[in-house]
Design a protein around this ligand. Structure first.
Ligand code: C2E
Ligand code: CA
Ligand code: CA
Ligand code: CA
Length: 283
């Protein structure tokens, strides 16, 4: 038993060493990655459930690391937050996404309503130039505020007082859409939701997983039903994440969800692909 325990310990230790080394090597490369152009953005379509049309896409950042290959945001966003790089990186993502939305709109002559969603980290939320940066980015891209949706997580807003919420409120007043991301995973109460300058909820994947196949999990159905009814009462649109099957899409449409995102429609991909999907709908 002792030997086995020792073994486990070694394995665990080697593993955590590897993690420390990996973390160290990523942290070292991070500051220069932006200058070197190692980041890129994939876009995942947002689809209107009632008629299946593409409404826009969420920008999801990736890092093409010279040694480790393509890294997902979960592998480097926390590091970027710790090191402060998230502010310039987040600004870069916003610039790229705004430019991209402008291109989609220019290309789709008859449908100039495609929108782009961009994730904001808590460091960006509390950064003094959030509002002026965002306005400048929109102006430079020639994009109206309503073409942009900023996604903030429920957890990042918990405990935020009026002062902390002011920048978001200013952006919302300008016409920027604000979405509450990963909704349902944090602590939220009804009265709190009312105070937030948000116009949509993005329901976390964990709530829709039970509907991937028929019969759907009855408890999940009830929960989603309740959230949709609450959201609509508060005039909030509901986007569902992680839609992977046709059965799930049909369920969620039936429950009154407004917009869907997930592998069933498309995985995150290059910006040109959204254009193709949106044009396909228009014809
Ligand atoms: P998120 O905002 O909740 O984004 C949705 C995540 O779910 C994405 O993971 C997406 O690829 C994945 N996904 C989409 N459809 C499906 C599906 O049908 N099934 C499953 N299993 N997964 C699906 P990704 O791209 O790895 O991004 C992870 C997180 O990283 C994002 O979660 C977001 O919080 C953060 N992130 C991404 N880009 C940025 C950024 O530019 N700035 C900041 N601050 N955070 C970002
Ligand atoms: Ca998001
Ligand atoms: Ca989410
Ligand atoms: Ca998330």
């Amino acid at each position: 038993a002792k030997a086995a325990g020792g073994n486990r310990f070694e394995i665990a230790d080697a593993d955590s060493n590897a993690r420390v080394i990996a973390r160290h090597s990523l942290t070292n490369g991070l500051p220069s990655a932006l200058e070197k152009g190692e980041f890129f953005i994939e876009y995942q379509p947002l689809v209107r459930l009632t008629d299946g049309t593409v409404r826009g896409a969420e920008a999801l950042v990736r890092w093409l690391h010279p040694v480790h290959g393509v890294l997902g945001p979960d592998q480097f966003i926390p590091l970027a937050e710790d090191t402060g790089l998230i502010v310039p990186l987040g600004r870069w993502v916003l610039e790229q996404a705004a430019r991209q939305a402008r291109e989609w709109r220019d290309a789709a002559e008859d449908d100039a309503s495609l929108r782009v969603n961009v994730n904001l980290s808590p460091c960006q939320l509390s950064h003094p130039t959030l509002v002026s940066d965002t306005v400048a980015v929109l102006e430079n891209a020639g994009l109206c505020p309503s073409a942009l949706c900023l996604e903030v997580t429920e957890n990042d807003l918990i405990g935020a007082d009026e002062t902390a919420l002011r920048p978001l409120r200013q952006l919302a007043d300008l016409g920027v859409d604000i979405a509450l991301d990963d909704f349902g995973t944090g602590y939220s109460n009804l009265s709190y939701l009312r105070r937030l300058p948000v116009s949509q909820l993005k329901l976390d994947r964990s709530f829709t997983r039970g509907m991937q196949r028929a019969p759907a999990d009855p408890v999940d159905v009830k929960i989603v039903e309740g959230i949709v009814s609450l959201a609509h009462t508060l005039d909030l649109a509901v986007t569902v994440e992680g839609v992977e099957t046709a059965v799930q899409a049909e369920h969620l449409r039936g429950l009154g969800c407004d917009t869907a995102q997930g592998w069933y429609y498309a995985r995150p991909g290059p910006p040109e692909r959204l254009h193709t999907l949106a044009l396909a709908d228009a014809s």
